[in-house]
Design a protein around this ligand. Sequence first.
Ligand SMILES: Nc1ncnc2c1ncn2[C@@H]1O[C@H](COP(=O)(O)OP(=O)(O)O)[C@@H](O)[C@H]1O
Ligand SMILES: O=C(O)[C@@H](O)C(=O)COP(=O)(O)O
Length: 416
Amino acid sequence: MLFGAIADDLTGATDLSLTLTRAGMRVLQVVGVPGSTFHAGAADAVVVSLKSRTIAPELAVEQSLVSAQALLAAGARQLFFKYCSTFDSTDKGNIGPVTDALLAFLGETRTIACPAFPANSRTVYKGHLFVGDKLLSESSMRDHPLTPMRESDLVRLLQRQSRTPVSLIPHEKVRAGAARLEDALAALDGIAIVDAITDADLIEIGRACRGLKLVTGGSGVAMGLPANFGDELGKGERTPLSMPNGRSVILAGSCSAATRGQVAYAKATGIPAMAVSPLDIAAGRIVPGVAVNFVMAQPSARPVLVNSRAEPEEVAAAQQALGVERAGALVEAFLAEVATALARQGVDRFLVAGGETSGAVVGALGVRSLEIGPEIDPGVPWTLARNSDGTPFALALKSGNFGKDDFFLKAWTLLP
Ligand SMILES: Nc1ncnc2c1ncn2[C@@H]1O[C@H](COP(=O)(O)OP(=O)(O)O)[C@@H](O)[C@H]1O
Ligand SMILES: O=C(O)[C@@H](O)C(=O)COP(=O)(O)O
């Protein structure tokens, strides 16, 4: 084991695992803080998937530090802290507090922060994060239900969350190449937001980070890291994944623009769908059993969709009536219960949209580890997941804003 990563949500972890796999690493993805029985086997990299993006900063720090300890004990020479390519966080954290804590734990004073992911149109220029052609604060992320992003200047944003000095390494320095960038990193004191616009920038940044004990960012900056381990990589045996081929169900709890487009597209093509809202769940007007019966009553040859009502005005109304946390928790718990009831009836292929939603569903299914299968769209692979009894599931865990409109249809064409 060479490389250990801590991801603040599950879809982010899968995204990172895919990147590392494509760059030649054999990856084991584990769910939750690794326990005492954890062992990395033949993996080059272990990716710990937490659900720590929006929990209390003290708890996020604690879970990240216990994970870091387990990863170092398993042999990791470099740690990576993975957060969202749209820097999902609040003024309290958790990107700043977790980075501060990991630096202190490692006895280090420097690291980088780079959320760029050009394949999904996230770029960083002059320290500002862009989503497509828009600044982060003008993108649909400004209305995210849990982490509304209203600041695009990453130096300013991270400094609000962190005790460590935050500075900028501008694009000119990145363009000068890995060697010059490595010098800049050696002279650094604190956290550097690093500009990156293209995959080529990210590869150079990855090379320049070979001496850092801690790297932080989106999955993009991890593209260049595996090569730093040279021919030590990929020595473990690789066996092809044997994916389950039962009934297919889509559970969407994400309110992001991309997911809403995918839901609309799937419905327009005639995918059977049931929409639920937190207000109906809270009032007992809908219970998981009704959604389960709806799914099981459909022909088994096509996927079936259960989604939350996610238009911004519906989300705002639910949040006003129930509070942000309760509204989100109700939808997450509902979809998680639907998933477990369906699994009891033999459903073994789930596509879940949304990071928090995926965390809730995977937790409820009792999944402990995931292996990376075929890529559906940038950042989203199929995974072969197993729960504690060894029961296999095919899971696609989609970040809210990832994937093209046809994602809910295309995904199944990559399975047997
Ligand atoms: N109608 C709604 N009103 C309020 N919150 C909602 C609604 N629908 C879904 N949510 C919550 O919004 C959050 C979406 O987060 P997540 O699943 O991480 O999606 P994404 O990947 O798009 O960020 C979840 O906590 C989910 O339960
Ligand atoms: O970096 C990304 O954008 C993703 O890997 C990610 O973290 C997704 O988070 P959600 O949008 O909450 O699924």
